[in-house]
Ligand binder design. Structure first.
Ligand code: BES
Ligand code: MN
Ligand code: ZN
Length: 497
């Protein structure tokens, strides 16, 4: 998979604009022109100011007016931001993403955005630039790998130019946003890749290649090695599949401090197993590897950004299938840390493979563990498509997630890990069972089970069961895999002290 790349640069405002597509954003209540913008407008025979004067463009939130300046062969997009006092980065990023999609669909190969038309004390220019670049690159994502017809008609923007009046070059913001957008879009690519292709072996080879290119340490354990390591829960889930499991460990050493561990659920297809998922719930179950794939691109981005920390990423990769050899409800599995687990529903497989991966992670003596998993459908009941539930045993991790959520604009909401829930996973025959048959508090029960495998290490669980996938093409969202948690966790790591 080779991604089409879009380069981004910043230049100083000039009297003339070189690109053929020009974007000007305006506040509804601040339709004013700076000196330099006035001059540019004059050189374009008032193509920017005319629609404002004759009220064809009012600057309403999300309004997009396209004007074509024939003589100059310029397509001009006037983009409305609404009232200045009401504009948030959340609104801005979706407006910019929608405008970028429109430009891409028009067939333009490059465009310029003028930052001069919407300066505001409320918006720091460096943050504006970072958000513009990230949202534009995320909004224009498309997955075309498996389209064989009319490939020459696939449209791509190759260059974005930000035109500013400032003397700064904003290199670090552009670098950060480009690396993060790349991590999000590569995560989307691999999560979107169909399950007959993206098997555990395929994803493990992908990780090897990613490690080779970015200088990460990489170890891949195959089925026999995983069996030898006595990862009984992981093996239990994987044993019904022709496509054999892999355990991938990636390491980045950017400091001598204890590593931060990220564990990602990598079920390349979740049929439900013997508790098979009925149609239509079985659809999109290729997205069940979303946590693992996100984790791999998070560590790649960390090494590209040379963040001053150490990271270990651990991803159990397998399928959950139906076969004569499949594990069954009522089976008792022995986890890597010795805990015996009674299986009650083979469709709750994610927590089983994570149980072994989490306790294996303890051997790296991590300062904190974050797991990312498409663990439950119950996450849909909790927060719908809008936000991602998280649970944690540690106050500091809670603060890190909350502030990264605000900055990255990935909405996160905490659910409790009250000890009373532990009652619900007591087993009559084994140490614990992996769910509560009553189906109560699905997200919390999943996390309550996982808590048994993280020792005393500060731990947070992120359940992207719902937010991993989008049914809509809107703003920064594109249909299909979303790259959920990549922006959030990178924002956490960027500020880690
Ligand atoms: N991968 C699913 C969770 C999921 C379901 C994600 C739908 C996205 C959309 C997970 O393995 C699963 O099947 N969980 C079960 C757990 C239940 C049996 C306790 C669920 O949520 O229904
Ligand atoms: Mn399942
Ligand atoms: Zn699953």
């Amino acid at each position: 998979m080779e991604r089409q790349t879009t380069s981004v640069k910043v230049i100083k405002l000039e009297k003339e604009a070189k690109d053929n597509t020009l974007v000007f954003c305006f506040f509804k209540d601040k339709l004013v022109f700076s000196k330099s913008l006035e001059e540019l407008d004059r050189n374009l025979d008032n193509a920017i100011s005319n629609p404002i004067k004759n009220k064809h463009f009012k600057g309403e939130k999300s309004e997009i007016r396209e004007v074509y300046a024939h003589k100059h062969m310029k397509n001009i997009l006037l983009v409305g931001l609404g009232e200045e006092q009401k504009l948030t980065f959340d609104v801005l990023k979706n407006i910019i993403a929608d405008a970028s999609k429109k430009i891409r669909n028009n067939g333009a190969e490059n465009f310029s955005i003028f930052l001069d038309s919407f300066t505001s004390n409320r918006l720091n220019e460096a943050d504006v630039i970072e958000n513009l670049v990230l949202s534009s690159l995320m909004g224009m994502y498309q997955f075309t790998e498996f389209k064989t017809k009319d490939r020459d008609k696939i449209k791509n923007v190759r260059q974005i130019t930000l035109i500013t009046n400032s003397n700064k070059n904003f290199d670090s913001q552009i670098r950060y946003a480009s690396v993060v957008a790349d991590a999000v879009n590569k995560t989307r690519d691999l999560v979107n890749t169909p399950p007959n292709i993206a098997t555990p072996e395929f994803v493990a080879n992908y990780a090897k290649e990613l490690a080779r290119k970015s200088g990460l340490k990489c170890a891949v354990f195959d089925e026999k090695q995983v069996e030898k390591m006595k990862m009984g829960c992981f093996i239990g889930v994987a044993q019904g599949s022709a496509n054999k499991p892999r355990l991938v460990v990636l390491e980045y050493n950017g400091s001598s401090k204890k590593p931060i561990a990220i564990v990602g659920k990598g079920v390349t297809f979740d049929s439900g197993g013997l508790n098979v998922k009925p149609y239509p719930y079985i659809l999109n179950m290729k997205d069940d590897k979303g946590g693992a794939v996100a984790a791999m691109h998070i560590i790649e981005a960390c090494s590209k950004l040379k963040l001053p920390l150490s990271l270990v990423v651990i991803t159990p990769l397998c399928e959950n299938m139906i076969d004569a050899a499949s594990y069954r409800p009522d089976d008792v599995l022995k986890a890597y840390n010795g805990t015996t687990v009674e299986v009650k529903n083979t469709d709750a497989e994610g927590r089983l493979i994570l149980a072994d991966a989490l306790s294996y992670t303890l051997s790296f003596k991590p300062q904190a563990i974050i797991d990312i998993a498409t663990l439950t459908g119950a996450s849909f009941v909790a927060l719908g498509y809008i936000g991602t539930p998280f649970l944690t045993t540690d106050e500091k991790l809670r603060d890190r997630i909350k502030s990264a959520s605000e900055k990255s604009l990935e909405r996160m909401w905490e659910l409790p890990l009250w000890p009373e829930y532990e009652e619900n996973i007591k087993s009559d025959v084994a140490d614990i069972k992996h769910l509560s048959e009553e189906g109560d508090a699905g997200v919390i029960i999943g996390a309550t089970f996982l808590k048994n495998f993280v020792g005393d290490v500060p731990w947070a669980h992120i359940d992207i069961g719902t937010t991993v996938w989008s049914k809509v093409e809107k703003g920064i969202l594109t249909k299909g895999a979303t790259g959920a948690s990549v922006r959030l966790v990178l924002e956490m790591l960027r500020n880690w002290k």
